[in-house]
Design a protein around this ligand. Structure first.
Ligand SMILES: Cc1cc2nc3c(=O)[nH]c(=O)nc-3n(C[C@H](O)[C@H](O)[C@H](O)COP(=O)(O)OP(=O)(O)OC[C@H]3O[C@@H](n4cnc5c(N)ncnc54)[C@H](O)[C@@H]3O)c2cc1C
Length: 554
């Protein structure tokens, strides 16, 4: 059994914490409670083999007999457990240091009381075991929030918190378990001719969307997740079950706990259930594609769209943009035949065809600098384009290989690239300049940059194909470009994360954005709500004396 107080190169994540030697009776006692909370085990409970506790995932392939890529080729039940545990040691982030550790337990309670039991038991054994709790939704996060970088993490999966029910029609609301995926929720709601407004390009859990304050492609019309949550049921770090407020239209009953937990990234409490707003599905869907000679002109049009969204363009639901590289990449990977220029995709919805069409004409009128405007009367046809737009991240990962093959240029490195995904958001008045300067910066550096933009929100992502292993110069280069993008956004009063959250990837950047005094307030909130730092320590905010993890990205 490894002596866990010994330090390794990768202990930097909790430098101020000296872990106790593993207390086996404590481990067994916690194991029993978690197994029970999971409804008796099955695939809702996993325990780490005791000799692999405190081994990080990178070192795991060198442990004992497991030299043959045990993570991808399970050979017996022990290996299956390790392979399953390792699935809970990653999310969709790709460039973070230090490496993750295998969780000591994975538990997926199927009741809120079960969640409370897990939290109480973990708290009880926190001192003797040195354990922490990392809450996990669908694991689609891109900033490492759900990854157990911490040693001795109990990963609490919300996937069995899967209730859904619709409220009285007058309430325009639904009650949804934290583990329900966005697409599942909308499938259920369709029966009632309503849907949940926020629409990330991914398919996350509702708890994950709430905890990262996520949004996506329909923010212009329906707002972010924050604006669509009426109330939450949360398990606190003490194991108490609380409701953040009553799900009324108005509520003036003290501090707004709902909004503290939204964007809390699993550091303040476990979101177990939400009452969310639902919206009517409108019968008419149409849309179109507008092309532009430059990203700046496309941005200027998007700003006007946003300004008119409450007056002349009330039917606009989505307004997204791909830059030239993004279109090239989409054509290459998804077989679309879009003109290779900056392109805006819009969707309009309403109850009356003529009014919706009239708004399309208004849009064309304001898109003065556009090259071409293609109308799609049948909104369902747009879905292929939206699927392609959603697929940008995957497309970016395959892009360089496809282009190299097409051009017959032999290419070193893996066929699928890693993708660095940035997420800045700037005031609309600064949008055109910032997007333009960013694209130019990447072009000058000769680094392909797929820009996929929730453009009418001032929020844009650069998907940069890049190899995480074996190409330090490439990584360094991309890191410099990202740094410059962050600096550019900050100088223009923007934010370093519009929707992906902080995790560990953006901790350093939020200090730059907010300054020490502001971060001090955030730290006191964490301290007050989670005094023993049980929940996801080291995420969002650096732990004390953790400056040696500042270079956490790339
Ligand atoms: C291809 C791709 C496209 C994406 N597009 C978008 C987009 O358009 N818009 C957008 O906003 N994001 C997008 N994302 C990012 C990601 O999907 C979101 O951050 C999402 O909201 C994360 O939800 P999840 O269920 O996967 O959470 P996880 O990744 O499992 O967890 C994320 C964080 O939330 C915490 N958490 C999860 N559930 C709970 C809970 N119940 N209680 C407390 N804490 C919890 C975790 O501890 C972690 O800190 C995209 C990601 C990918 C890979």
């Amino acid at each position: 059994m490894p002596s866990s107080s010994s330090s390794s190169l990768h202990d930097a994540f909790r430098p101020s914490v000296v872990l106790p030697l593993l207390d086996v009776p404590s481990f067994d006692a916690l194991s029993a409670v978690l197994r029970e909370a999971s409804g008796g085990g099955g695939d809702s409970f996993l325990a780490c083999p005791i000799d692999l506790i405190d081994v990080n995932v990178v070192d795991l392939i060198d442990v004992g007999d497991h030299k043959n890529d045990v993570l991808s080729h399970p050979r017996d039940s022990r290996d299956e457990v390790i392979a399953s545990l390792s699935m809970y040691a990653k999310d969709k982030s790709q460039f973070h240091e230090p490496p993750a550790h295998l969780p000591i337990f994975v538990v997926a309670p199927n009741t809120i009381q079960g969640v409370a039991d897990v939290i109480r038991a973990c708290r009880k054994h926190q001192k003797t075991l040195g354990c922490v709790v990392v809450v996990r939704g669908a694991g689609t996060g891109v900033e490492g929030g759900a990854v157990p970088y911490q040693k001795r993490a109990v990963v609490l999966s919300t996937r069995n918190l899967n209730e859904i029910s619709i409220c009285d029609a007058a309430d325009n609301a639904a009650v949804v378990g934290a583990g329900v995926l966005k697409n599942e929720l909308n499938k259920y709601l369709k029966k009632y001719n309503v849907f949940f407004g926020p629409d990330p390009s991914s398919n996350p859990s509702i708890g994950g969307m709430i905890s990262t304050s996520g949004s996506g492609m329909s923010t212009l019309r329906y707002g972010t997740t924050r604006e669509n949550v009426l109330a939450l049921t949360v398990v606190t770090p003490a194991g108490d079950i609380i409701e953040t407020r009553r799900p009324t239209r108005k509520n003036a009953t003290g501090y707004n706990l709902t909004h503290l937990y939204i964007g809390g990234e699993g550091t303040l409490g476990v979101v177990c259930r939400a009452v969310v707003r639902v919206r009517p599905i409108l019968p008419i869907r149409c849309g179109g594609v507008l092309t532009f000679p430059t990203v700046a002109l496309a941005c200027q049009t998007a700003v006007q769209v946003s300004q008119l969204a409450d007056t002349d363009l009330t039917a606009i639901v989505r307004c997204e943009m791909l830059n030239e590289e993004g279109v090239k990449c989409t054509n290459e990977v998804f077989g679309t035949t879009l003109d290779v220029v900056p392109t805006m995709f819009v969707e309009l919805q309403g109850s009356d065809v003529s009014r919706v069409e009239e708004q399309w004409r208004t849009l064309v009128r304001i898109a003065k600098g556009s090259l071409k405007q293609t109308y799609a009367g049948d909104g369902d046809k747009l879905d292929e384009l939206w699927d392609a737009r959603r697929g940008c991240y995957i497309a970016a990962s395959k892009y360089r290989k496809l282009v190299a093959d097409k051009e017959g240029v032999p290419r070193a490195g893996p066929p699928i690239d890693n993708v660095l995904l940035t997420d800045v958001c700037v005031p609309l008045s600064e949008l055109a300049d910032v997007v333009d300067a960013t694209e130019t910066d990447f072009k000058v550096a000769n680094v392909p940059c797929v820009m996929c933009c929730h453009i009418s929100d001032g929020n844009f992502h650069c998907c940069v194909p890049c190899n995480a292993t074996g190409a330090p110069r490439e990584i360094g280069h991309v890191q410099e470009l990202e740094e410059r993008l962050i600096e550019r956004a900050l100088q223009r009063r923007g934010t370093v994360s519009g929707e992906h959250g902080v995790g560990i990837g953006k901790r350093e950047f939020i200090v730059r954005e907010h300054g020490d005094a502001h971060i001090g307030v955030q730290k006191s909130i964490k301290k007050a709500m989670d005094p023993t730092s049980l929940l996801n320590p080291g995420k969002v905010l650096f732990e004390e004396n953790a400056s040696n993890t500042s270079n956490s990205r790339l």
